[in-house]
Every structure is written in C-alpha cells, then in structure tokens.
Design a protein around this ligand. Structure first.
Ligand code: PAF
Length: 302
C-alpha cells in the first residue's frame, strides 16, 4: 500500500500548519488552489523555527489519503464543487473550519466519501501571502459528520484518519460527541468574533466590564438554543469557557476582526447566522445575536 498523502484546500493559516506538520513527518502533501499561483512557502512555529514548504504534485487522492478542508465558511461550496472529482469513493475528508452548517454543504457533493469534522484551538496568522505564523499551540477534536451516511466508515478508518491528522497537526483527540464540541466552539465564536470586530479590539479587551452584559446575554441565548436541540448546557458553563478562551488568546485579534480590518467578507453566516437559523427552527428568541448579525453584516459592504 502506498503511503498516505494529504491534500489541503487553499493555503490559509490553519491549512499551512497542517502542511508544515506533514512536511516534518515526511507525509506527501499539496495545496489545492484556484488558478496558477505560488502557495505559502514558510511557516514559522511557536518557537520561531521556520519550515520551508516543498509540496508534492499529485492529481488524485486514493482510499487511504486525506482531503483537509480548512477554508472559510463562505468558500466551502465552491471549493468542494471544484475539488470533489479528485477523490476516490472512500477518500476521507476532514472539514476544519469556524462555524457550523458546512457539513450539510459537503453532503450535497460527497455521497460516498466518509466525512469527518474537526474543531481546533490552534492559533495561526497569515503574515504575508507566502508566510504563516503559528501564534498559539492548541489541540484538535475530530469525529464523524452526522450528515454523512458513507458506507466507507469503519472504526479502522476512524483510527487511520485520527492518526494521520495527529501526525501532522498534533494533538488530535477522537470525539464520538463531536457536535457538542462544535457547539461549544460555536459558543466561543458567537461572543468573541462579532464583539471584537464591532468594537475593533483584541480578544483580551472583552474581559473589560463594559462587555460583561453582552457576553452573558449571548451565552444565555446560545444555551437556550442548545438545550432546545438536546445539547444540555447552561449559560454559566458556556460563559466560563468563553472567558477562559478570552484570557488564553488575550493578545490575538479574532479572525472576524481581521476580516473586517482587511475589508474581507466575514464568516458571520456560519456563526451567528447559523445560531439564528437553529433558533428559528426551535422557536427560541435570540435578540442580541440578531442585532450583532445585522451590525456585522452592515460593516462589510462588498
Ligand atoms: O475565530 C477566531 O479567531 C478563533 O476561533 C477564536 C477562538 C475566537 C480566537 O481568536
């Protein structure tokens, strides 16, 4: 059996970390890019060591290879439409992005492939079109997508995908309740991303008392929606976790802050927009999230 290969859609910050890990562990990798352009060349680690990336060229992914999709929420449909033809029927696909709702988009194109979803707390920043910096060590949780009914799932496949991803993006932990983990991450993004973007502040500023009431109200609405969907949690538990992430990432600017600062489209539809959709389905009122959605959408005028 050939050694496994990894293809990564785009050359964003997180995807480049996966690539640098693949390079360190001698796993052949390539970026899948739109058009003919140079991909990220250098990844600087948290200890300031720099890796020069040397991707390999291959056209197809086989059964034991992996496709990693770390693109922005709004890029997902185009990305999978373009790249799904290079997959075999059993190539595993890992969706690794902020927000929720992406699994449903993938299920339209990936009828036979086993799809996995992951959430990470690693921090990374694209400092130039060809350079990425690993800004904070974190960890990644991985589990099967609920939207996929692939016949290629097996516990051996789950283990192989976990081990392969762990080799290049450690540490990775398997979660059979990955949706709960995704909701927890969503609850963090629901607070940090819109508030930092709207008030133009780094994550750590959200520990100031002026944000306290908003944070509590966002977590309260999120916990009500989660409970209505059968994920048992409380406002206090969500808020405690959000406050932990605020202090652990105090010096970082959130991805939504960066998107607004660079006049790029944001992931608000996959974050606050997703919550609002789920709230409607479950009959829960989410006024503060609705207001934040409108304010963030108004900030970005394409
Ligand atoms: O989107 C982000 O920036 C990150 O997911 C997080 C956890 C909010 C930290 O900045």
């Amino acid at each position: 059996m050939d050694s496994a290969k990894i293809a990564i859609i785009g050359d964003g910050a997180i995807g480049s970390l996966v690539a640098s890990g693949a390079q360190k562990t001698h796993i052949p990798f390539r970026f899948l890019l739109r058009g003919d352009r140079e991909s990220v060349l250098q990844v600087t680690g948290t200890e300031r060591q720099t890796i020069r990336l040397t991707p390999t060229h291959f056209d197809r992914l086989n059964d034991n290879d992996l496709l990693v999709i770390p693109v922005k929420h709004y890029q997902l449909a185009d990305a999978i439409r373009q790249w799904h033809p290079i997959l075999s029927n059993s190539t595993a696909v890992v969706l690794l992005q902020n927000g929720m709702g992406g699994e449903a988009i993938l299920s339209e194109y990936l009828k036979s492939q086993p799809v996995y979803v992951a959430t990470t707390s690693h921090g990374a920043l694209k400092t130039s079109p060809l350079q990425v910096r690993h800004t904070g060590l974190g960890s990644t949780l991985l589990g099967r997508s609920q939207e996929s009914t692939s016949a290629a799932y097996s516990s051996a496949k789950d283990r192989q995908v976990t081990e392969l991803l762990c080799q290049c993006f450690p540490p990775v932990a398997w979660r059979s309740d990955i949706r709960f983990a995704l909701w927890q991450k969503l609850s963090v993004n629901l607070v940090i991303n819109p508030l930092t973007a709207l008030y133009n502040v780094p994550n750590g500023a959200l520990s100031e008392p002026r944000f306290s009431d908003s944070i509590t109200r966002i977590c309260d609405e999120t916990s009500r929606v989660m409970n209505a969907l059968g994920y048992s949690t409380t406002q206090e538990a969500l808020e405690q976790n959000v406050r932990h992430v605020i202090s652990a990432t105090a010096h970082n600017f959130s991805s939504m802050h960066q998107d607004i600062a660079h006049k790029r489209k944001t992931e608000i539809d996959g974050i606050t927009g997703y919550l609002i959709k789920q709230a409607k389905k479950s009959g829960v009122d989410v006024p503060i999230n609705t207001a934040l959605y409108q304010q963030v959408t108004a900030l970005y005028e394409p």
